[in-house]
Design a protein. Structure first.
Length: 255
């Protein structure tokens, strides 16, 4: 049996590259360096194995993309992504492998995620010290802010992304229905949290592993919690008459 680890079809990722390149051409970027976990996954379907192993995709205006990962992450990236050029580095990370990849493209203007002024949601995994050293080493290369380009790209969803959002909503709705049908007096708030999470997982939601998040913003509590009290499931047993409040949702393929 041949296992397929890809989240989307090769055609879907090619469509995302094409859309990104259209924006790169408009913004005057010869390449973009993407390392934020959510954006890296958007382009590859992969996730960094851990926070201390920076992982990037370098997408040029022309030519094939390059994935840069730790030696450990590079092995799995070859199964999870469709990118043929995957370059691994030994820990700890230093900027050199990224600089070499940029040099190999012969580009002079590379957009990066270091200045997200819109929502403050993008975070490059490259340490500032390494980034400064890379800029000094590549003194002929400009590194303008690409966050506006990335938001413009990601705000307009493809059909495949829309289907994922629909699936996440359907999983959430059914998980809530099952949980409320099974919740009963004497259960702890933590037990209800476990019910919701397990139902979401069984229905196909993302399961946390290798940096991949699971259920989003899961808040479970009864109406007797004091205002301002942390909305975290506790060992408190549910009693007859409690109003159970669940706020959260499933994540499906990152959506």
């Amino acid at each position: 049996m041949v296992l397929d680890f890809h989240e989307f079809s090769k055609e879907e990722y090619e469509l995302r590259f094409e859309k990104a390149r259209g924006l790169m051409n408009r913004y005057g970027f010869e390449a973009i360096l993407v390392g934020d976990e959510k954006n890296y996954r958007y382009f590859t379907g992969d996730r960094p194995p851990t926070k201390n192993r920076p992982t990037f995709i370098l997408l040029p205006l022309t030519g094939g993309p390059i994935v840069i990962a730790s030696d450990f992450g590079a092995k799995t990236a070859k199964f999870i992504t469709y990118v043929s050029d995957v370059r691994g580095y030994p820990m700890p990370f230093t900027y050199g492998i990224v600089a070499d990849a940029i040099r190999s493209l012969g580009v002079n203007r590379v957009g990066v995620e270091y200045d997200d002024r819109i929502f403050g949601a993008f975070h490059s995994p490259m340490q500032w010290g390494e980034f400064d050293r890379m800029k000094s080493d590549l003194s002929n290369v400009g590194f303008p802010d690409a966050s506006k380009l990335l938001w413009e790209l990601r705000l307009i969803k493809t059909e495949a992304e829309i289907e994922c959002l629909k699936k996440a909503a359907a999983i959430t709705s059914e998980a809530f229905r099952r949980t409320f049908a099974e919740a009963k007096e004497g259960m702890r708030e933590k037990d209800v949290a476990a019910l919701v999470s397990s139902h979401m997982a069984l229905l196909g939601a993302d399961i946390p592993f290798r940096g991949k998040p699971g259920p989003s913003s899961l808040v479970i509590l009864d109406a007797n919690h004091s205002p301002g009290e942390p909305p975290i499931p506790t060992d408190k047993p549910l009693q007859k008459g409690d109003i159970l409040h669940i706020d959260g949702g499933a994540i499906y393929r990152g959506y």
